[in-house]
Design a protein around this ligand. Structure first.
Ligand code: TYM
Length: 339
């Protein structure tokens, strides 16, 4: 049995990058035979960036409704909220005590924050919380707690998964030798190359932090407006356009079949007008998300039902895996048996 696991941080409204990088491949993977899947709402992670409780709660509801609207079946997969599994936190501490600080110093998000401080002439760690620094350890706990083998994510998460492997391996080595006991299996990132970094409206990676996102379930007219606002170069209709360097083309490719993509590449070479390319992009995205958008609208209007699904998922998952796993790990490191 292969275990597939992925999470989304509940810090805002889900966007097209989350959909193509994580949600779409994860839902597809959950339907393959021989797969046990774990999909969750990373609300502990949200606290690193968001100190607005209402926003965390709203985002949790939106992301849960999004997973369900996109076809996740909560009776066939494990579907839960991270903070409903407190064992995650306990495992975070056990991993903290084996994680190399030097490895965390090299984490992209932390390094970017330090670099920003340096360019602004501040102290290296000004305004940086220990939460941001520890982010990869919490994420490793999410993954290792359930011994996930595959983690479908966008490219920005690869480094975190490599760190999870490192921490898991160290723990196995420290507590499993010489008996050769493996406490954790080591996860691998699963990346779909064509959509690994979906660009946003301004051409940078689509990201909540850059405020350049296209919400997955924006109403149709908003979706159209946003797509028409994507930044392009000033080449006129009839002038050949460079598909390889175009956000419009990259977004199109993430939603189109191979044949459609090839046809669009030719249209770019033939000098398609930007308006026409954007219209085709809008129609392609809308065709894919419209049915799910309708389900989403129904689901989001019933928050109590979503809450019940999440609580039920977490309660069953704790009984089945999280509590017994922590019992074994506590024993391995020399802590008292709580059972
Ligand atoms: P988050 O919430 O930033 O993003 C959720 C998922 O969406 C992917 N993604 C993208 N993919 C392609 N192009 C983009 N522009 C784009 N933007 C976002 C991300 O790569 C991610 O797969 N730390 C994680 C959440 C998390 C997690 C985990 C993931 C917590 N624990 C355990 C996997 C396993 C995060 O903040 O993702």
């Amino acid at each position: 049995l292969t275990r597939v696991l992925t999470g989304i941080t509940t810090s805002g409204t889900p966007h097209l990058g989350n959909y193509v990088g994580a949600i779409r491949p994860a839902v597809a993977a959950s339907r393959a035979p021989g797969v046990e899947s774990f999909y969750f709402l990373a609300d502990y992670h949200a606290l690193i960036k968001v100190q607005d409780p209402a926003r965390v709660q709203r985002s949790t509801l939106e992301i849960a409704a999004t997973w369900l609207a996109c076809g996740l079946e909560p009776d066939k997969v494990w579907f839960y909220r991270q903070s409903d599994i407190p064992e995650t936190n306990e495992l975070t501490w056990l991993l903290t005590c084996v994680a190399g600080k030097g490895i965390l110093n090299r984490a992209h998000a932390y390094k970017a924050a330090v670099d920003k401080n340096r360019t602004e002439g501040e102290d290296d760690d000004a305004g940086i919380t220990a939460g941001l620094f520890m982010y990869p350890v919490l994420m490793a706990a999410d993954i290792l707690l359930f011994n996930a083998n595959q983690v479908p994510v966008g490219r920005d998460q690869i480094q975190h998964i490599e760190m999870a492997r490192d921490f898991g391996q160290r723990f196995n080595h420290l507590y499993g030798e010489p008996a050769g006991k493996e406490f954790f299996s080591l996860p691998e990132a699963v990346i779909e190359e064509s959509v690994a970094t979906l660009p946003g409206l301004d051409g940078r990676k689509m990201s909540k932090s850059y405020d350049n996102t296209i919400p997955l379930f924006a109403p149709r007219d908003t979706l159209k407006k946003l797509i028409y606002s994507i930044v392009t170069d000033s080449r006129a209709p009839g002038e050949p356009k460079d598909a390889g360097n175009s956000n419009v083309f990259q977004l199109y490719q993430a939603f189109a079949s191979k044949e459609e993509t090839d046809a669009m590449r030719r249209a770019f070479a033939d000098g398609i007008a930007w308006g026409e390319a954007k219209q085709a992009l809008f129609e392609r995205i809308d065709a894919e998300v419209a049915p799910q958008r309708e389900k989403y609208e129904t689901l989001i209007a019933r928050p109590a039902d979503i809450e019940a699904v999440l609580r039920d998922g977490a309660a069953r998952l704790r009984e089945r895996y999280a509590i017994p796993t922590l019992q074994a790990l506590r024993a391995a490191v020399g802590l008292r048996d709580l059972s």
